[in-house]
Design a protein around this ligand. Structure first.
Ligand code: FAD
Length: 332
């Protein structure tokens, strides 16, 4: 049995995207139980400078195709090269990050391979399915996140999935493995490179959920963009990152890049403080695996209290200033 992982880098930093490590580790845990292999597929102008990290996260082998012409995402060229790689490697399953690149390339490859693709999976496991033998069970939210659907592709190979960054966990300890990299040969036709990159603009986003031990999030209950300053103040006092529910984003209290949940970022901080957030399934999908959750809500029956380790029933406009005052006194 074999699982292939599409390896992706940030072209601005030439370093691996975290999702490539997360998928490598997930594939490793899936394959370990079935004596299977994890092979990475890289397409681009040059390997990321931290490629060896893939092997620390369970990759057995990396197949690389590099061509200076592929210094950006050229979807059609990537599709042709990846299809050729997959035909050569014959993996049972192929995993892509649900990044901009993955969302672009994975459907093209799946269509070219005449196989199924399940987007935004939140769980993956291998098990028997009727006469098809071992297949990949792909779990993802459906019907607006109100149910979890398990999707199977019994008749076509490879079975292909995308997974968003942050959904699969990384281990506490990495493996001591040496890189094992081979080169794939293919021709890149000029007609596959149909776009021209005029400039690359690095958007300077100050939001870094990955590095944050604590996330303080505000929801519709915060009430206004002005009130949302309270969320920033509490986050500042705790050295935390600021998150938000989709309702808070839709109301214009904060920018979309701070949204947490099914269609936002997935976070797993040591401490998550949900302020004026009801706790919809879509919001929980992005934060419920936080180590400790504190909820502040005026409604004692708010669903967020079902998953909170600690709950404060009260008006956040009174509770948060009290918390900040206490934190400042403690710091003196
Ligand atoms: C396909 C799909 C994808 C979605 N993706 C996401 C997603 O990624 N992230 C996300 O968050 N949502 C997402 N949603 C929206 C989601 O269904 C909810 O609408 C949203 O999470 C509600 O946000 P909220 O909890 O801030 O608002 P509400 O549900 O309106 O809750 C506000 C809460 O604030 C409390 N409150 C009011 N005033 C105060 C006060 N003064 N002090 C304290 N508490 C107060 C209320 O009691 C209430 O519980 C998605 C929906 C769909 C259909």
């Amino acid at each position: 049995m074999k699982t292939a992982v599409f390896v992706e880098k940030n072209p601005l930093t030439n370093r691996l995207r975290d999702v490539s490590m997360e998928l490598s580790w997930k594939a490793h845990s899936l394959m370990e139980a079935h004596q299977g292999e994890v092979v990475g597929l890289f397409v681009g102008d040059r390997l990321p400078e931290d490629t060896e990290r893939l092997f620390h996260y369970g990759m057995d082998r990396l197949v690389q195709f590099t061509d200076p012409k592929l210094d950006h995402l050229y979807s059609i060229a990537f599709k042709h090269v990846l299809k050729a790689m997959i035909e050569s490697e014959e993996p049972d399953f192929v995993l892509f990050g649900a990044t901009h690149t993955g969302r672009d390339v994975a459907p093209l490859v799946a269509s070219a391979m005449k196989t199924g693709l399940t987007a935004d999976c939140t769980q993956l496991y291998v098990d028997d399915f009727k006469e098809s033998g071992k297949i990949l069970y792909q779990v993802r939210p459906a019907f607006g996140g109100n149910i979890l659907a398990t999707i199977v592709t019994p008749d076509h190979r490879p079975i292909m999935s995308t997974v968003r960054e942050g959904v699969m966990r990384l281990p506490e300890h990495v493996l001591d493995r040496k890189p094992n990299i081979s080169t794939f040969t293919a021709e890149v036709r000029q007609e596959w490179i149909r776009s021209e990159f005029l400039a690359t603009i690095a958007k300077a986003s100050g939001v870094n959920f990955q590095a944050a031990n604590t996330v303080v999030s505000g929801g519709a209950g915060v009430g206004s963009r002005d009130n949302f300053k309270l969320i920033f103040d509490l986050a500042h006092a705790l050295g935390a990152e600021v998150g938000a529910s989709r309702a808070a984003v839709d109301f214009g209290f904060v920018d979309k890049e701070r949204q947490i949940g099914q269609t936002g970022s997935v976070v797993r901080p040591k401490l998550y403080i949900a302020c004026g957030i009801s706790g919809s399934v879509q919001h929980r999908a992005g934060m419920e695996e936080s180590s400790k959750i504190i909820a502040i809500n005026t409604d004692p029956d708010a669903p967020i209290f079902h998953i909170a380790h600690m709950g404060i029933v009260g008006d956040l406009k009174e509770v948060i200033p009290t918390m900040i005052k206490y934190l400042k006194e403690e710091a003196q």
